[in-house]
Every structure is written in C-alpha cells, then in structure tokens.
Design a protein around this ligand. Structure first.
Ligand SMILES: CC(C)(COP(=O)(O)OP(=O)(O)OC[C@H]1O[C@@H](n2cnc3c(N)ncnc32)[C@H](O)[C@@H]1OP(=O)(O)O)[C@@H](O)C(=O)NCCC(=O)NCCS
Length: 206
C-alpha cells in the first residue's frame, strides 16, 4: 500500500511540475525578443515571432512534455512529430527544457529523449543533442547548462555536461564535458577560450 501511495505521490509531483512548466513559454518569448536582433518593435514583434518555427516547436514541446510526464501513450510522440513536420525541429517529449529557451532558425534541430537543457539557452539550426551510441539505455543525451549558446550545426553527443555560460561554436563535434565559461570549436571540440581568455590549442574539452 505504501509503495502504491509513494508511486502516486511521485506521479502527481512530476505531473504538476511539468504542468507549471507550460508557463515557461512566457520566458521563451521574452528570451527570443532579447536574443534575436532581427526582432524589432515593441508590439509588432509578437506578430513576427508567431512566424518563428522555434517558438511553435516550444509550444508543442511544452504540451507534449506535460503529457509525456502523465505517461500518456502515443499522443506526446504524435505532437512531437506534428511539430517536426511543421517546423523541421524534432524534440523528443521526454527532453527536459528550462525556461527562456530560444531556437533561432531551427530547421534540422534534433533533441533526444534524455537531454536536459538549462535556463536561457540559445540554439541555432542544425544542432543535435544526441546519443553517442555508447549508451543504449538510461541517460544517453547531453546536459546543457544555463545561458549556453549552441551555434549552428554543432553536434553534442552522449551523456556529457556543458558548463554554464559556455559557447559551442558552429560545426563543433563534442563528445566530452565542457567546463563553465568556455568557448569550444572544431572536431573534436577544443576549448579555445576560458573565462574570456585565450587558451592553448592542446586544452581539449573535458
Ligand atoms: C565559436 C565562436 C562564437 C567564437 O567566436 P570568438 O570567441 O569571437 O572566436 P574568434 O573569432 O576570436 O576565433 C578564435 C579562433 O577560433 C577559430 N574559430 C572560431 N570559430 C570557429 C568554428 N566555428 N570552427 C572552427 N574554428 C573556429 C578562429 O578561426 C580563430 O582561430 P585562430 O586563432 O587560429 O585564427 C564563433 O566563431 C562561431 O562559431 N559563431 C557561430 C555563430 C553562429 O552559429 N551563427 C549562426 C547565425 S545564423
């Protein structure tokens, strides 16, 4: 009996937490306005923003993630795939995304089931938060810290961690942890700056 009650308690707690995350859409909109210099005006930017695939992907995802947390079969995946058809952005309903997330341009983005994304992250088109194939169950996808920028075409693979305030440059392939406040570029990804100071090329990520 205690086990059943414990299960119900966790279920309700997770569902409530995912439900209130729907309000994060407000912060997603604010973040888009702050981070996209192409969005102009104080009123009409809302109309322009409604044409952004990145915003619609988050509307679908916030709802799909809530239903996924309720352990509803099929519907969350259906919503995620409808969103992919409309926007070219594929986010698994299981992915956990904090407030203020903005996907600019968006096409070709893939975010895996066990990915965790911190607050105020900016992501460009063609970014993958994927599995490195090293892990086939459990946590398989990256954890991205707060205020991170994932530039166009970067591929972040495996259950690695990207520290807060880091920038992963365009086209970077990353399979190792990144300390906070780093700039990483290349394949394999190398830290080229740490706390704004240039570091030697042999300092690789992780
Ligand atoms: C990663 C990035 C933010 C680094 O910017 P930065 O800190 O100003 O770095 P710098 O321009 O001083 O470059 C430092 C070195 O890294 C190299 N570098 C920079 N970005 C790189 C990248 N994406 N891949 C490989 N090397 C890169 C530079 O050539 C330079 O090398 P050098 O010292 O041997 O000449 C930036 O280069 C980048 O990739 N921006 C992409 C932005 C984007 O995706 N825009 C899409 C908008 S639609």
């Amino acid at each position: 009996m205690n086990r059943i009650l414990g299960f119900i308690k966790i279920y309700l707690k997770n569902a409530f937490s995912a439900f209130i995350q729907i309000r994060y859409l407000y912060y997603d909109i604010l973040s888009s306005y702050r981070k996209d210099p192409a969005l102009k005006g104080k009123v009409f930017f809302i109309l322009e923003l409604m044409t952004y695939g990145g915003l619609w992907a988050m509307v679908f995802h916030r709802l799909a993630h809530f239903l996924f947390t309720l352990k509803l079969p099929f519907i969350p995946r259906l919503l995620s795939q409808i969103s992919r058809l409309l926007t070219g952005i594929e986010i698994h309903p299981g992915a956990s995304i904090d407030k203020g997330f903005f996907i600019d341009h968006g096409n070709g983005v893939v975010i895996g089931e066990t990915a965790v994304i911190g607050s105020n992250v900016l992501m460009y088109h063609q970014v993958t938060l994927g599995n490195s194939n090293a892990a086939s169950s459990g946590k398989r996808h990256p954890t991205v810290g707060n205020e991170v920028v994932l530039d166009a075409g970067s591929k972040i693979l495996g259950p690695i961690k990207i520290g807060n305030h880091s920038v992963i440059g365009a086209g970077t392939i990353l399979t190792k942890d990144v300390p906070p406040y780093s700039v990483v570029v290349g394949n394999p990804g190398k830290v080229i700056k740490h706390f704004g100071v240039r570091v030697l090329p042999q300092n690789t990520a992780g």
